[in-house]
Design a protein around this ligand. Structure first.
Ligand SMILES: Cc1ncc(COP(=O)(O)O)c(C=O)c1O
Length: 435
């Protein structure tokens, strides 16, 4: 099934430079790197659209992101690393009766993509699996990243699987639970005085601690996340009436999920021109980013009609939120995130801490133990419905991104009425970005 393949090259978005070896940003101008798009003059041939038909279980290609190999940038088979990530369930939200309305017909309601059901407990495993594979093909043996949350844990897990050494730079205030996870997975934890900015600066400077495998910078991480889009393209197709729209609601700090879904349908669109699909994928969704009301730079940039969040917006004070995974971000590809949102007909939906807690409670009440950042997706979906920005009957998929098993104490505090920034730790404060 797999092509005899070379490693897909990277190129700089801004100046066109092609780095000769492992690089996390352009060695010439510092811009973000990208893969060539299929069908573009420099890119590979348009990919085959349909994945291999499901059949007998064949490890590992049918139980991991590698099921979507024809749609991913090339990585030689011998470098591919997997822990069985992806292939997560899509289930309807139970008890859809809102404000006395009748429950919506099946298929017309809110659907939950359980993307926290992954080896290390978050959607980041898709990205880490592909990034570590790509770097393994480049001969990288040691990686570093800055994170105090899910991305660091995902990188540590996949680095362990690949036999790479892993260093994670974390802010001093990181939760003991997350630090323990990192250590248990064999990562060396570098704890920095100061907040998220200090951890990022140290990780970028510390060249002796391996290659900077930044989940926010490296396009291979985003390529792994596009598999969420391919899965949804297949699953949602059967929910839709002909010509019907559907919506994807995504917690967003840097906006990697918006980029992932936007890029997935861009690639599907290119593929469609050259290959007949075995089964038609769902059309591209209307994309909605969810941010906390007190920490919403993407929302502000969109409201003000800006191409991307300005330095003034990013530097403005932010209020603490229990949705720590989407707090305090400075998006690397903010312009592209806003472009996908605008072009899809969607935008940013902001949610209050009360809405977050209510959504979390509702999910817990139906057996779904997620972290507050994941509950933001449901809070956003419910608000979009209430405000009529999503029409009744149009399916909505809320992506639940992180497991509550990582931080049960923080969940209990939130539901007991403690709000972050009110005396106890719990959420990221201004500048306390966590990814
Ligand atoms: C559980 C969870 N959801 C969503 C996000 C947001 O990801 P991004 O910053 O790429 O938008 C994160 C980031 O850490 C996260 O941990």
């Amino acid at each position: 099934m797999s092509r005899a393949m070379e490693l897909a090259p990277l190129r700089c978005e801004r100046c066109g430079e092609r780095p000769g070896g492992p690089a996390w940003r352009c060695p010439r101008c510092g811009g973000p790197l990208e893969f060539d798009e299929p069908g573009s003059p420099a890119g590979p041939a348009a990919p085959r659209l349909a994945p291999p038909p499901p059949g007998r279980f064949r490890w590992p290609w049918e139980a991991s992101i590698w099921r979507w190999e024809p749609l991913l940038p090339e990585v030689p088979a011998e470098a591919r690393v997997t822990l069985g990530e992806g292939a997560t369930p899509l289930v309807p939200l139970a008890g859809e009766a809102e404000g006395g309305e009748a429950p919506e017909a099946e298929g017309g309601g809110i659907w939950l993509k359980l993307d926290f059901l992954q080896p290390s407990g978050s959607f980041k495993d898709r990205g880490a699996a592909f990034l570590v594979s790509y770097l393994k093909a480049q001969g990288v043996r040691e990686v570093r990243d800055d994170s105090s949350g899910n991305a660091g844990v995902a990188l540590a897990a996949y680095a362990a699987r690949a036999g790479m050494r892993c260093h994670v730079f974390v802010p001093s205030a990181s939760s003991e639970g997350k630090l323990a996870q990192l250590r248990l997975l064999g990562a060396t934890v570098h704890r920095l005085d100061g907040g998220r900015d200090a951890a990022r600066a140290a990780a970028q400077a510390e060249e002796a601690a391996g290659f900077y495998a930044s989940h926010n910078w490296h396009p291979a991480f985003l390529a792994g996340l596009t598999t969420l889009g391919y899965e949804l393209a297949e699953e949602v197709a059967s929910l839709l009436a002909p010509g019907q729209r559907w919506h994807a609601v995504l917690p967003a700090g840097h906006g990697s999920l918006v980029l992932a879904l936007g890029r997935a349908w861009r690639r599907l669109g290119r593929g469609r021109a050259a290959a007949a699909p075995a089964a038609a994928p769902a059309p591209a969704p209307v994309l909605w980013a969810v941010q906390a009301e007190g920490d919403a730079p993407l929302a502000r940039a969109l409201e003000e009609g800006l191409p991307e969040p300005t330095e003034e917006i990013l530097a403005a004070p932010r209020r603490p939120t229990a949705a720590e995974g989407i707090a305090g971000a400075r998006p690397v590809r903010g312009r592209e995130v806003l472009e996908h949102l605008r072009r899809s007909g969607g935008g940013v939906v902001t949610v209050t801490e009360e809405e977050l807690a209510a959504a979390l409670l509702r999910l817990l009440g139906q057996g779904l133990l997620v972290e507050p950042t994941a509950a933001a997706a449901l809070a956003g979906a419910l608000r979009l419905r209430r405000e009529g920005r999503v029409a009744a009957g149009e399916p909505v998929v809320a992506v639940l991104t992180g497991s509550g098993l990582k931080a049960p104490a923080a969940l209990e505090r939130l539901l007991a009425g403690d709000r972050p920034g009110e005396g106890r730790p719990g959420g990221a404060g201004p500048g306390g970005e966590r990814t």
